[in-house]
Design a protein around this ligand. Structure first.
Ligand code: ADP
Length: 458
């Protein structure tokens, strides 16, 4: 497939569906692959899919997928030239990217200094605000004391949100609606951030009720070319974590979509971004504000792939190998609508708590315009150590009603059973029939305002 040299061998420093997805693109491109796995993932499909697989430690991520020395050693011992970090784990760790460079290994992601600047969410707000991208009123950088938090709160008013500068995955955030709660919330968020991220710096920004989460996928090469691949709507969230994503964003005025794309391109240029990345915005009827930049491939990237026909992982590999982007902005047209549903092993009826266990039945859907990204199989034991994402179902249609109908069909086909295992299929099906969702009028508050009812009881 390649006329141009990419890499002979790539190591994938991740697990689960994203590791498998990256390995598959490498295979398509004729690249030799190395998987790494923990003891908990010994029987994973990832191990079988790779040309080589290297055991890197016990199930605890801290001693395997987050343990840089074992990963670097695996790369050297297998002759890998590059490391794809996937999402989560080491993907947003500038120190790891730095170590890769020092070890003569290509880290497939932005330069470490760019990751460091954008990974600090309060610094990213400042830098991108200075570049002319709208951000919400909030603190200038991290807020060091409760008194300072009071002063910022007096200026921006309630509701506001306290966020960990190093936060991610919907964790380390507290919404404050009553000024009387501020001091307690400030201290609690700092304590939670210290435990979750080893960094207790927090910042404040105004909280938008009734906002849509709309994000823009970008690609930037090392030669100063930046393109956007359009937006995704990720407003169906539970507890600030995404459950359904789609591209294009429904009912979004074209001029607004173009503005968001232009902001993302400007932000990438202003920060010297290289690689695939995502600029996340909140959008209301009257305002638009950037909330953060993600320096990695995202879980929801397949919806963009489905509408653009572009394999984003292949582009990451090409960019990391030093090639220029292949498409002009005008060539990046989107066709139809794609929707992704996240099938998580968790129980919507009990606060979406994780639900590990053995899968006795696992029959993914198929048929026209359905893509399923998963590493699971019958007999797969869902580990308790990692995140609960079991599968992603992506449906494409020439229009939104067709994509939704295909998704409903696919979810109905999906059979997942195991003792005690609960999954999100039921709640996803309910959402797909909800009038507000069908009208494309839902905001990030959509799911939290509803009482979860259906669960898949195995
Ligand atoms: P994370 O890095 O943990 O994903 P984000 O900053 O991207 O955190 O925010 C995740 C979600 O939290 C958003 O999609 C949105 O639902 C909510 N959120 C974050 N900041 C705000 C805000 N200022 N106003 C309203 N909602 C917000």
């Amino acid at each position: 497939m390649n006329a141009e040299p990419i890499f002979d061998t790539v190591l994938v420093a991740n697990r689960g569906e994203i590791a498998l997805r990256i390995l598959r693109t490498c295979r398509d491109m004729g690249i030799r692959t190395v998987a790494v796995y923990s003891t908990g993932d010994r029987d994973s499909a990832v191990v079988r899919a790779a040309d080589r697989a290297v055991h890197i430690g016990p199930a605890a991520a801290r001693r395997s997928y987050l343990y840089a020395p074992a990963i670097i050693e695996a790369a050297h011992s297998t002759g890998a030239q590059a490391i794809h970090p996937g999402y989560g784990f080491l993907s947003e760790d500038p120190d790891f990217a730095e170590i890769c460079g020092a070890e003569q290994l290509v880290f497939i992601g932005p330069p470490p200094e760019v990751m460091a600047r954008l990974g600090d969410k309060s610094l990213a707000r400042k830098l991108l605000g200075e570049a002319g991208i709208p951000v919400l009123p909030g603190s200038e950088g991290a807020v060091a004391t409760a008194e300072e938090a009071e002063r910022v709160a007096a200026r921006i008013g309630c509701p506001l949100i306290i966020k960990a500068a190093a936060g991610g995955g919907g964790r380390g955030m507290t919404v404050v609606r009553d000024p009387a709660d501020l001091g307690r919330a400030y201290r609690a968020t700092r304590a939670a951030a210290r435990i979750a991220f080893g960094d207790d710096r927090v910042y404040l920004e105004r909280y938008l009720d009734d906002a849509r989460h709309i994000e823009v996928q970008i690609l930037a090469d090392r030669h100063g070319n930046v393109r956007h691949l359009g937006e995704r709507d990720c407003s169906v969230q539970r507890r600030h974590q995404k459950l359904i994503e789609e591209s294009p964003a429904p009912e979004l005025p074209v001029d607004l979509a173009e503005r968001l794309g232009a902001y993302a391109v400007r932000g990438a240029r202003a920060t010297g971004y290289v690689g695939a990345g995502t600029f996340e915005f909140l959008v209301t009827a009257t305002e638009v504000a950037l909330i953060e930049v993600n320096c990695r491939i995202q879980v929801e990237h397949p919806v963009t792939e489905a509408v653009t026909g572009i394999d984003i992982v292949a582009e990451q590999l090409r960019i990391a190998a030093g090639h220029s982007l292949r498409h002009s902005q005008a060539e990046l047209v989107r066709r139809g609508v794609a929707i992704e549903c996240r099938i998580n092993a968790e129980d919507p009826a009990h606060g979406y708590r994780p639900s590990p266990g053995l899968l006795e039945v696992f029959r993914p859907p198929g048929g026209p315009f359905i893509r399923v990204d998963t590493h699971a199989h019958p007999g797969y034991r869902i580990p308790a150590e990692y995140d609960s994402l079991l599968a992603k179902v992506i449906a494409w249609g020439p229009d939104r009603p067709t994509a939704i109908a295909r998704m409903r069909r696919a979810l109905a086909e999906f059979e997942i059973e195991g003792p005690g295992v609960r999954v999100t299929t039921g709640i996803l099906t309910e959402i797909l029939g909800d009038p507000e969702f069908l009208a494309g009028a839902h905001t990030t508050a959509f799911l939290d305002l509803r009482e979860p009812r259906a669960t898949d009881v195995a």
